[in-house]
Ligand binder design. Structure first.
Ligand SMILES: Cc1cc2nc3c(=O)[nH]c(=O)nc-3n(C[C@H](O)[C@H](O)[C@H](O)COP(=O)(O)OP(=O)(O)OC[C@H]3O[C@@H](n4cnc5c(N)ncnc54)[C@H](O)[C@@H]3O)c2cc1C
Length: 478
């Protein structure tokens, strides 16, 4: 049985950020996930917005951690080589009632300590964002609002934690937890591990993990959000544009991505199945109507993909970040719904304090390295840089994904860093993210994955589990 000081259950952005934060200390850390890769839950499918923090109720943990997380994000993304753009966010009002709502959001933002908020007239907002509808009568502008890449941030945190000694235990679903005098014993996949502290970052399953130690103090309900992603060639706003919030959330937005696409969404639908990320045709009409209301010239015919993510809505109405009342050796980072992505660095800081006050000694490492470098992307290189890259590694001369200009060298590096599925490669280097959505590059990616990992083609999966992509061979061996 392996022994760890800290076992983190859930390798989404919350767990990965906590692993990174704790990896600066002399601790043995396991980052556990049932999925075969990191960032397979909500952290892979969300709006990617760095929220400023004006719409979270004052006095809540969400409000505090949102503002602090937003502030920390520049440093984290800089150290981790993750894209971040402070494009600013606009909440658009279309009538007098919504204009009043903006005033209320503004006041709340001030209470929450959000810097750089301003109320604009419709004309002022359109001068800032020309794609905004002529029907917008006023807007709330948040300068600290921005965008990032959620799965890249998660991968980067997990890679940096691993660089500093944390171990990834993926493909190991946690089934039960049993207390011992000095540890908790965790059944993770086919093995048992011992840990002095367990951090529960299991997303929509965090209540199930809590119940493993007889803690039924909260319930997590999944709330689906569906999106449409547009081709990079379509015109996009430069800012994130929201409607005024509803009781179901922050409302539908139109936004640019850090990779140059536009997208619209999310819907907000309570569902009962914690695996239900299916997209339903009905939502297209709703998203079309709402997105066109704020950006009438948006061309939704340029949609290349629809996808959905599940928010982990807590029964308490706030993030649940505290030791369990059933066994204080388990610390919950649960109910991390939106703005959980923005808050991740601040959640990690808070959990560090909880681990410290739980009695675990946190001794800083002398050789802690806060930096991580992204995989060099051929598409971002100048011609000179491309020639130099090819001279050093000829695999840079072999194109794999034509839509996103991804080379074999990048795919090989993604596999070297831990990608084991077609989607794992896609999220790390963008092969299959473009207009054809993997129509050309998927077989090539599978060939490289099979060659580099030794896993036969027919055993490769799209995203793990039973998502196999080929049924078998049609001809003999070879
Ligand atoms: C539609 C939508 C839009 C959003 N938009 C934004 C936004 O714009 N800005 C923002 O700040 N936030 C946003 N969020 C919120 C943000 O995405 C989440 O707060 C964040 O991703 C949560 O990360 P997490 O690590 O807590 O959970 P997850 O990413 O869901 O990770 C939980 C992990 O736990 C693992 N797990 C669960 N049970 C077990 C088990 N028994 N054993 C092993 N592993 C287990 C899962 O496999 C999963 O990988 C949005 C969320 C959604 C769904």
């Amino acid at each position: 049985m392996r022994n760890y000081d800290v076992a983190i259950i859930g390798a989404g952005v919350t767990g990965a950020a906590i692993a990174r934060q704790l990896s600066r200390y002399r601790l043995s850390i396991a980052l556990i996930d049932g999925a075969e890769d990191v960032a397979m839950g909500a952290s892979r499918a969300n709006s990617a917005i760095l929220h400023a923090g004006y719409d979270t109720p004052a006095g809540t943990l969400m409000a505090k951690l949102n503002v602090r997380g937003n502030e920390l994000m520049t440093q984290w993304c800089g150290e981790l080589d993750v894209p971040i753009r402070r494009v600013g966010t606009l909440v658009a009002a279309f009538n007098a009632e919504e204009k009043l709502e903006l005033r209320w959001l503004y006041e709340r933002g001030i209470q929450n300590g959000v810097p750089g908020l301003e109320l604009l007239t419709g004309e002022e907002a359109r001068a800032m964002e020309p794609m905004l509808s002529p029907d917008v009568v006023a807007a709330l502008h948040a300068k600290t609002g921005g965008i990032t890449c959620p799965y890249e941030l998660t991968v980067a945190c997990a890679e940096n934690a691993r660089r500093n000694g944390a171990e990834w235990l993926l493909g190991r679903h946690v089934k039960w937890i049993v207390p011992e005098p000095n540890n908790l014993v965790i059944r993770a996949g086919d093995e048992c591990i011992r840990a002095r502290r367990v951090i529960n970052c299991a997303g929509v399953y965090a209540d199930d993990v809590a119940r493993m130690i007889d803690d039924d103090s909260f319930v997590i309900r999944p709330r689906k959000g569906e999106y449409m992603l547009l081709d990079r060639t379509e015109a996009k706003p430069s800012k994130v544009i929201f409607h005024t919030p509803t009781k179901m959330g922050k409302g539908v937005l139109v936004a640019p991505t850090v990779d140059g696409n536009a997208f619209v969404g999310p819907t907000a639908v309570n569902v009962s199945d914690k695996e239900d990320t299916a997209v339903d045709a009905h939502f297209v009409e709703l998203l079309s109507m709402l997105s066109k209301k704020s950006v009438p010239t948006l061309n939704l015919r340029g949609t290349i993909r629809a996808f959905a993510g599940l928010r982990a809505q807590p029964s308490t109405g706030d993030f649940i970040i505290r030791p369990s009342e059933a066994d204080a050796r388990m610390i919950h980072a649960a109910g991390i719904c939106s703005p959980g992505l923005t808050s991740a660095p601040a959640i990690a800081e808070m959990v560090e304090e909880l681990v410290r006050s739980s009695g675990l000694e946190l001794v800083p490492k002398d050789d802690y390295d806060p930096t991580r470098r992204a995989i060099p992307a051929f598409r971002h290189m100048t011609d000179d840089e491309r020639w130099a890259a090819i001279a050093e590694n000829p695999l840079y001369a072999r194109a794999v994904c034509r839509c996103e200009t991804v080379t074999e060298a990048e795919v090989v590096e993604a596999v070297r860093r831990g990608a084991r599925t077609v989607d794992g490669v896609k999220r790390r280097v963008r092969a299959g993210m473009g207009r054809c959505q993997g129509g050309f590059c998927t077989p090539k990616v599978m060939e490289i994955l099979s060659r580099e990992t030794g896993v036969p083609m027919e055993n490769l999966t799209k995203f793990g589990g039973s998502s196999r992509m080929v049924a078998g061979k049609t001809r003999g061996e070879g």
